[in-house]
Ligand binder design. Sequence first.
Ligand SMILES: [Zn+2]
Length: 331
Amino acid sequence: MEELRSLGELRGRGVPQLENRDGRDFTVAATHEEAAVELAKDRIQSYRDLDTCFYQIGRKFRDDHARKGLIRAKEFTMMDAYSFHASHEDLEERYDGFLEAYRRVFDRLGLSYSVVAADNGSMGGTDSHEFIAESEAGSDTYMKCDSCEYGTKDLSVEVCDGCGASLRQVDGIEIGHCFDLGTRYSESMGLEFAREDGGLDHVLMASYGIGVSRVIAAVIEQNHDDRGIDWNSEVSAFDVSIVLAHHGDEARNEARRVHNELEESGLDVLLYDGQRSVGERFAESDLLGIGLKVVVGNTFLEDGELELETRSEETTRCSMRNLMVEVRKLI
Ligand SMILES: [Zn+2]
């Protein structure tokens, strides 16, 4: 809930209005475009004040049907940004920059996603791009190209507009959205700037959002198995876990040596040598989503070899000397 200084423009749009204890106007914002325009009015007078961009990262609340774990929660974290421009060329440059930045974010998270030129729904405006991660748990149905990033919500389209490959109908999770809003908000709320020649124009505007907690849900949906989350290497807190599978001091010292060697090589390593049973150490490593285990147990005591076990239970043996080479192959 946030305070706005001017609610006049919002009246009649179905925006709920309340009064606080001091008799000032409050509203529950359905989206934050209006609040961003109010902020911009204080900061934008002339062309010299443009371009400009505001963003926030915060919790939002929605009276939604909570379902499917983290995907549609009543509380979620969102990053939203609003840019303001004097010309369409400036807006396009910034808008394309955001599209590219979002691609980099989702690529680094290891997500498989499509970019759908979406209809504008309740937001209005002239142009928008929706980032959708493929998932059976998602509630957005769309046509996906497997050869490029193209996707469309028009389910009658069978061939990719970008590369000509055939499309698949899949479900997905919306993880990001960019809107070219044009002058929709600046006209209705009176956001103008003085041009260099002194005349007045409406400010052009675009908005951008990433559902931060939704992105985590999408990564989980695309990376899990029967034992739990299988974080990909971009997201996982640990690259490797070391499971001490023997109770003697010799194995314990070796496990610590392996831990130090891997950490010194720049890997994030979790060492299991505490109170848990050996079985619990294996299970917890899987549950935490760690992709590779180094097991120090009987094979070390008998043959001086470590066992590397992937999540798909492929096991290889190696000596301490070859450890880094073998680990690098598997993570
Ligand atoms: Zn394609």
